[in-house]
Ligand binder design. Sequence first.
Ligand SMILES: Cc1ncc(COP(=O)(O)O)c(C=O)c1O
Length: 420
Amino acid sequence: MAENNVNVVAEETIAKYERYVNPSLARLFRYMGLATVEHSARGSTVTDFKGDEYLDLLGGYGMYGVGHSHPRVMQAVKAQLDLMAMPTKILLNKPMADLAELLAEVTPGDLTYSFFCNSGTEAVEAAIKLAKVATGKQGIVSTVGAFHGLSLGALSATGREMFREPFKPLLNGFGHVPFGDALAVEGAITKDTAAVIVEPIQGEGGVVVPPHGYLTALREICDRKGVLLIVDEVQTAMGRTGKMFAVEHEGVVPDILCLAKALGGGVMPIGAIVARPHVWQSFIDAPFLHASTFGGNPMACAAAIAAIRVTQEENLCENATVMGDRILGALKSMQVRYPGILAEVRGQGLIIGLDFTNAGYAGYAISELVNNKILAAYTLNNPKVIRIEPPLVITAAEVERAISVWENIITSAVELAEDL
Ligand SMILES: Cc1ncc(COP(=O)(O)O)c(C=O)c1O
């Protein structure tokens, strides 16, 4: 496209955001130097309308496990599109049955039954409803800093006041305890508690990794107290942490597992809960108690099946571990050298957070990354933390390029600080 046309596309798109989407969102994009328009994407590379290529270190907030436009996922979706895009809802749907079987196979323990929806927040809604109906109790123990979604039920579990305050009162019976502290969870459980809900790593909370043994301790407490354990793996599943599901690092089987984001292979939106048989009985007794028109549609299920197969067959868990260790090691060495800029670097596999000593440095780093044609963003609940969540197909060469750009950015931030 000619340069003039390209600039017109960018200006018109921003103007439409300003007029028809949200003016402050448009301002924010401009401010972060992101005044460009995405056009196409493959693997870990996003191309804008100008033809400029960006290395995607954000990965759509964890959506691009198998990368952008993975050919096998695209092929599966196109083949299904030619047959039937959406379900009748009255006849049986083979892709949904196949995906449910595959999830029962790949998820740990006796997680068996699946319900499909279209997003992470819907998966959490389904989990909360199932926990309530399965136990006949109302209480949910969640954690401070948690992000479980922004619809009203999930928001009640989300642990950041900024998102919650304007919508209060939220659902009754939700309490929040410090993340990583199993004893605090135990202390918060009452006779009316239906479930504990937790992320294996708090993603939006700032990539907060709990002490090893946390999930094991929660499992033991929940069993002892007769309370369900819901693990929200919307962000951590599908190989992100180096295992297909992060709970596998501790060999823990939740009662209800929440999935979304990367499950759709970066091509289709899909969310799911997978539950153990003893929890599912109330949905068996009343199969229309919870439902979704688009949930489990054949195109989304075809995408998810392909995404799971690609994750397994292209060894993406291993790649997440190897590439994640390399990035984590390099960034930790920068943190040791520049503690005035970087407070902490943490993560597991390819979910990594850089915790800056103040939000100003994080903002500077994001705009410098964009200048260097790398995409990254803050975590929603913590603006001091930049997340690194690239597609799990990221190559060693792409990782080395990212590390050398990070090195330059951190050293220039040091110089900037000295000049102030
Ligand atoms: C752990 C977790 N749960 C739920 C959600 C909500 O997912 P969605 O944005 O698809 O509704 C997110 C989104 O970031 C998440 O990270």
